[in-house]
Design a protein around this ligand. Structure first.
Ligand code: PRP
Length: 207
């Protein structure tokens, strides 16, 4: 029996594999996987999916473990065991807009975002009523083209904001990559999963 690990494709996949390698796991079969979406190593089956789908595969028990951004957990609240933070994928949810000095703020702002639930919650707590426009990506375009007054998005290096003339006006909160698990896998495959979890716990966490 192998543990199935679902990885979020893209930046997190790369950061997880680099981290996994430092823990002395052999990831050679994953390095030149090309466009394959499922790869087996000696001990694991890895599947590669978009963040929200990683949550779905873990929720349904297809994957035992998932590596996912905390942004997805906050937005979609999947029914999974949220095991632990990982020492990569660190970024923040921020409110950003164009730097316009001396322009009077509109009474009711329009906010573009990939995260309507996080955004609704943030503005509810602030006591500000806003209109939310849901986009699937490249959210930074919305204020530039007049679709929205501001955006709520994740900021990692800040390059995308900077290169599109936007500035952070408020930080919402810091997030990182997380390790999640299927609730029954934790019971059924406990003997296999426990050593893996112990290995991937960031060392500063167990001091
Ligand atoms: C994310 C996020 C920002 C960007 C931030 O987008 O939505 O656009 O990364 O990173 P930075 O601060 O390092 O520039 P992603 O690359 O996932 O693509 P998307 O906009 O198409 O969702």
């Amino acid at each position: 029996m192998k543990i199935c690990i679902a990885l979020t494709k893209g930046r997190l996949e790369e950061q997880f594999l680099n981290y996994f390698r430092t823990l002395s796991y052999n990831i050679d079969p994953l390095v030149n996987k090309g466009r394959k979406l499922s790869v087996e190593t000696e001990n694991f089956q890895f599947i590669f999916a978009k963040g929200v789908d990683v949550a779905t595969y873990v929720e349904h028990g297809i994957a035992d473990i998932g590596i996912i951004g905390e942004d997805i957990l906050l937005e979609y609240q999947p029914d999974v065991y949220n095991l632990l933070p990982l020492p990569f994928g660190k970024c923040r949810f921020s409110l950003a807009e164009q730097e316009k000095k001396g322009v009077k703020r509109k009474q009711k702002r329009t906010i573009a975002t990939k995260y309507p639930n996080v955004t609704t919650d943030f503005f509810r707590k602030k006591g500000e009523s806003v209109d939310i426009v849901k986009l699937e990506g490249s959210v930074e375009l919305a204020p530039l083209l007049g679709l929205a007054d501001a955006i709520v998005d994740i900021v990692e290096t800040g390059t995308t904001l900077r290169e599109n003339g936007l500035i952070v006006t408020e930080d919402i909160h810091w997030i990182s990559a997380r390790c999640i698990a299927n609730r029954s896998s934790l019971k059924i495959k406990r003997e296999l999963i426990t050593p893996l979890i112990e290995a991937i716990v960031p060392k500063e966490e167990i001091r």
